[in-house]
Each structure stands twice: as structure tokens, then as C-alpha cells.
Design a protein around this ligand. Sequence first.
Ligand code: UD1
Length: 423
Amino acid sequence: MEKFIVHGPCRLNGEVTISGAKNAAVAILPATLLVKGKCHLENVPDISDIRAYVKILESLGSNIEYISKNELIIDNSNVNSAIASSELTSKFRASYYLLGSLLGRFDKVQISLPGGCNLGARPIDQHIKAFERLGATVEVRNGNVYASRTTSLKGAPVFLDVVSVGATMNAILAATLAEGTTVIENVAKEPHIVDLANFLNSMGAQIKGAGTDTIKITGVKELHQVSSYSIIPDQIETGTFMVAAAVTRGDVLIKNCIPKHMEPITAKLLEAGATVKEYEDSIRVSMDKKPNSFTVKTSPYPGFPTDMQPQICILLTVASGTGMIVENIWESRFQYTDELAKMGADISAHGTTAIVKGVDKLYSAPVHSHDLRAGAAMIIAGLVAEGNTEVYDIHHILRGYEDITAKFANLGANIEYVKNEEN
Ligand code: UD1
């Protein structure tokens, strides 16, 4: 089984450059399907979720040219199918963006029910509601989602019952080429939603209000190709390095990030006692003492991101006193705490709350990555722990972190990648 071996403890020092945002890229790649032409994308993260999306688009007829590992030209002039292979789409969550984008272009769309990280129930009722409000018919059967329309989609008011990133993005995608005006209320405001809207607007879409509670989309007949669009930096990768810098009592300059997007994480690091300096497009995090404990409650942007919850927990495991985490987005996002207990952490998690009593040290142990962000937390724990921490199920981590071992190595960490012990 492939694994990382994290040689700890280690104090991180130096500079790291953040890659493009995974959660923006996984919406922008399918959004290119709305244009019958070429899109030139820059700052695309080189991660396995993107490689999977490239395969899906190619299976639909896209022609994709890699200019470099982070720069692609996607030509969707000859896309002729809206039936995506279930083998490709069932593996990851963001394949649901094919529904909104393909519905803009085709009468009938089929994908398999999306997979992704196991964080508890992951319904798509709000996505379906948005498509139906715009006039589509949607059926879920035999593990597939079938969406169809008999005429063009028609703009309509859409009120989301829960603040959902995916449903907001899918409603935007479907409404972009619909006839008339769509007003989506109670939307998510994450930076990747603003990035998707900016990308579509750069191709001629008329989307206003992204980043606020209400988004208004005036449908346009067609989009034009885009000569160059650069994806925003990854908020969660930035946060992961911020926490790693603080908890290892290091000093790290994190480059190519947007400090404004990091405010909820910066606030917690300051409470913990770290020094955080913000520059125009970089952040420097340093810390030279045991962290103070604190309380974190996850909530939609601009609140504390659920995708940073496992990583920030590592700070609490070695803090002075007792801290608390309240998870408000996903129902089972504390599975990773059992892995941390193997390393000596003192965590008691029940329902939506975890109580974390700080201990003096973590010790190495073989641990599993339950999901992408839990995997990142295991790496951070390994950097703090005495000894060699073996992290398994690292395919989850590779879904969302570009060059993770090299980036940590540049900061002085030693993380070995072991391909496959059996071979
Ligand atoms: C996205 C992110 C994921 C992150 C999450 C919350 C991507 C590819 N993934 O996931 O990493 O953890 O946002 O920031 O961008 N819900 C419903 N019905 C729906 C849709 C969602 O009830 O139709 C609920 C979910 O169960 C959850 C909450 O809404 O409790 C938020 O989910 P949502 O924002 O949709 O998450 P994703 O878009 O799947």
C-alpha cells in the first residue's frame, strides 16, 4: 500500500508557493463546456481530481492541450456527448458540476451519483431543485442522475433551503445560458463561487452578486472563448501551511495567496498565540511557544471553513488547556480523531462536538487518511510527533494537494513517499 513516512519532529522554515484552488478549478473545468470554443486556463492545480476531470472532459469530446502542468487549453468545439462514464464520475464529488454545465448545452444529461470524501450524508436535493426551477426534469435511479429539458432552460427565482457551495455553483452554471433572469437566494459566498462567476463573466456571462447572499444571472445566448483566465489561489492549501507553520513553531512565508480569504483562519492562529503578518499576496506565520487553546465553530464563508477543521485540530492537540471544535456542516467529520488518539492526542468527539485536551507531545504511529483534509491533518501531526509517522490512504491527499512532499521538503520537512510495499 502506498504511504507517506513523515519524519518528525520538525520546525518548518522558509517559503512556500500556493497552487490554484481545487474547488474553483473543479467547477471551472466543467464550466468550459458552456462555450463551443477554446478556454485557456492558468494556475490550474496539478492534482488527481483535476486529472480525473480532464479524462471526463476528453471522454465527452473535449480536446485538451497541456501547455505546462498548470496551464491548459480546453477546446470544447467538438463535444458531442452529455453522457459521462459512470466509472469516471462516480469517484469524485465535483463531477456533479457536469449536470449544470451540460444542461446549458444539451437536452439530456446523464452522470452517475457523485462520490467524494466520506463526510456523512451528501444530498444533492438543492442542486436538483435549482435545475427543476429552471424547467429541467431530473430523475435519480440506478445510481445515476438523469437531467433533461424539452426547451431552453428558463430563468426563475431559486431559493436554496441550505447554504450549499455545490448547489450555488450548479445553479449558476445552468442559469448562464437560460432564457431570462435567474435570482438565486441564500447562496454560498465562498471565494471559489466568486471565481466561477468571474470566469463565466470573462466569457460574456451576465452574473452579478457572487460573494453576497443573492446572485442575479441574466441569461445570454452564447459565451465566447477566453484567451486566458487564471484560477485563484487555494484557500485551504494556504490554511494548511499556515497551521503547519504555527504548530511546528516555525516561520513560513506563504506566497501566492489571498490574505482576505484567510481571515477566519488567521483569527484562530492569533488566538493560539501565533504571529501572522499579511502582505498583498502573501502571509507570514511564525510561532515560538506552546499554542493557547481555543474554540472553533465551522460555518459557511466567511466563517471558519469545515475543510480546515481537521488541520486546526492539530494545534489544539498540543495546546495548553482544553479546546473545542463544533462541526456545523458535515455530520461525520471527526473520524480522523481516532487516528490522532493513536498518536497520543486526547480527544473526545460526540456528534457535532470534539473536546480536545492539549498534551505535551504527539508520538508517531501508523495512521490512515479518512479523507482529503483529514489526510493533511495526519501529515501535520506527523511533523509535530516524535518518530516516523506512517500515513496510509494517501490517494485522498493527492486529490487536492499539489507537490505536497516537495513543498514541505522546501520548508525543511522530511516526508518520504513509499510507492507500494508489495512491489
Ligand atoms: C463543497 C466542497 C467541500 C466543502 C463543502 C463545504 C467542493 C468540490 N467541495 O462541497 O470540500 O467541505 O463545500 O464548504 O467544492 N446540502 C444539502 N443539500 C444539497 C447540497 C448540500 O442538504 O443539495 C448540505 C450538505 O449536506 C452540507 C451542507 O449543505 O451539510 C453544505 O454542503 P455543500 O456546501 O453543498 O458542500 P459541497 O458543495 O458538496
